[in-house]
Design a protein around this ligand. Structure first.
Ligand code: SAH
Length: 469
């Protein structure tokens, strides 16, 4: 996948400043789906071209993920056009690698970043569902001169007809940020691959980039419709990356499944006991509107749905894969078995516990079950402020492993955590020290309860705190 950006604005080599990439060097970045390289095939004062090349690793993309149900089957996961064509991966790379230029910022040439300059963008292979007509209808209203060359399906068999792949050149005098923004939004629209698990909130995020031009674009409905498609595929990773770009924690990289931990705890039926304790603490609080933060695959959500006291239930997780599984398991997807009455009570949100989130404000209670130990300790403060100070539910029910109990797990080597993604595991004193501090700082009262069989010396395997205001 190759995108080139050319300018003839003198001195053209200032493009290096606009992109914050020195024209004399090759710049390589590791992205979740492969590598991105930026280099300059030409750099003279009259004409300068920067190339963004992506090496998408299709095997890496599917590793560790479950195969898609039905459509395409396993082979398509590995053999597909993704490495070669411009798709949402290009958008992700633009955001990650050329982020300041996309945002219209330049440390060394701030005025130039705000100026319209002659620009030419060339995308070597752009899949255009909707053909050249749609391509033109997308870019021409924005003031681009469009040149497109369609490729045959098979060069040796011209009678097979044309493919949906085009080499595209766009020319305009624009701010570089505008050009990059248009590519960022419209390349995935043209590609229209089945790769979005898009909730309304992400759509808003993506379309924020449309501010100032999309509202008046004649094809805005088609653009929005394609974004809004509720679809899934291997390239879902791209969307996760878009969120992560604004939410720089790498949490979505983390393993979603908690089998290793579950395996250890299974003989104690700890998972069920934990859920029962949390549900009963939430019930006792009298809550009707509840959050499950870090909801994972949605087992607690299911238990909450089964109780009519909980009139509004919101699950939130940073992992899109987990949300998909939760959606599936709860029967919430299109054609799912969840009756409308139940469906109205529950919503899933993609987000992070480390950021203030207006959508989570004003709830009666929140559950945070086996999640804090997945947060980097230095980021706990951000979590505390977002939840206890900003979102401020009436009651917070929080559980975490009791590290003291680990010696009872024969299969767990000494000093090891129950799950490899855990950043820490607290003793009872550590947990209670933390929880009391948080309660005091944010005007909550904390009480503690053991979950699971209590060992006289070591305590219970899970510790729970209930914070109330
Ligand atoms: N509460 C569930 C899942 C626990 S596993 C249960 O008890 O079964 C931890 C979950 O926290 C994972 O689903 C993980 O994706 C999520 N998570 C980790 N960091 C997060 C963050 N910063 N914001 C939101 N969710 C996060």
């Amino acid at each position: 996948m190759l995108l080139t950006l050319t300018t003839t604005a003198a001195p053209a080599t200032d493009l290096g400043y606009l992109l914050a990439k020195n024209p004399a060097r090759l710049h390589t970045f590791d992205l979740a789906f492969g590598k991105a390289h930026v280099f300059y095939p030409e750099a003279t004062p009259e004409r300068c071209t920067a190339a963004l090349m992506l090496e998408v690793d299709p095997v890496g993309l599917v590793r560790g993920r479950q195969g898609p149900a039905g459509e395409g089957g396993a082979l398509e996961q590995y053999v597909n056009d993704r490495p070669y064509v411009a798709s949402s991966f290009l958008s992700v790379a633009i955001a990650r690698v050329l982020g300041s230029a996309l945002g219209g910022r330049s440390k060394d040439r701030p005025e130039l970043a705000q100026q319209a300059i002659p620009l030419e963008a060339r995308v070597s292979v752009l899949p255009c569902r909707g053909g050249e007509g749609f391509l033109r209808r997308l870019f021409e209203p924005l003031g681009y001169e469009v040149a497109a060359q369609q490729h045959p399906l098979d060069e040796t068999n011209p009678d097979w007809g044309s493919s949906r792949y085009f080499s595209v050149t766009l020319r305009a005098t624009k701010r570089l940020a505008d050009l990059l923004t248009h590519l960022y939004v419209l390349v995935p629209v043209l590609d229209d691959d089945k790769h979005y698990w898009v909730s309304h909130d992400e759509v808003e995020k993506l379309l924020r980039h449309g501010a100032g031009w999309l509202e008046t674009h004649p094809e805005r409905e088609a653009i929005a419709r394609r974004y809004l498609k509720h679809q899934k595929s291997l390239a879902r990773a791209a969307l996760e990356r878009l969120v992560i770009e604004e939410d720089p924690e790498e949490a979505a990289e983390r393993p979603v499944r908690v089998e290793q931990e579950a395996e250890l705890e299974r003989p104690l039926s700890l998972d069920e006991q934990r859920r029962a304790s949390v549900v009963s603490a939430l019930k006792d609080s009298g809550a009707a509107r509840v959050l499950d933060l870090g909801c994972g695959e949605g087992k607690l959500l299911k238990a909450l749905l089964a109780d009519r006291q909980f009139a509004e239930i919101v699950g939130m997780d940073v992992s899109l894969r987990s949300l998909e599984i939760a959606e599936e398991k709860l029967g919430m997807g299109a054609g799912g078995r969840l009756p409308d009455k139940q469906r109205e009570r529950i919503r899933l949100l993609h987000g992070s516990l480390l950021y203030r989130d207006q959508r989570l404000a004003g709830f009666d209670a929140a559950a945070v079950v086996e999640v804090v130990e997945h947060l980097d300790a230095p980021r706990l403060a951000a979590f505390e402020r977002a939840l206890f100070e900003f979102e401020r539910p009436g009651t917070i029910v929080l559980t975490t492993p009791n590290a003291e109990y680990n010696v009872k797990f024969a299969a767990l080597p000494a000093g090891k955590f129950r799950h490899k993604d855990h950043r820490f595991e607290w003793t009872r004193a550590q947990f209670q020290g933390w929880a009391k501090g948080v309660a005091a700082r944010f005007r909550y009262v904390a009480r503690f309860a053991p979950v699971g069989p209590v060992d006289e010396q070591l305590g219970a395997p899970t510790q729970m705190a209930v914070f109330s205001q």
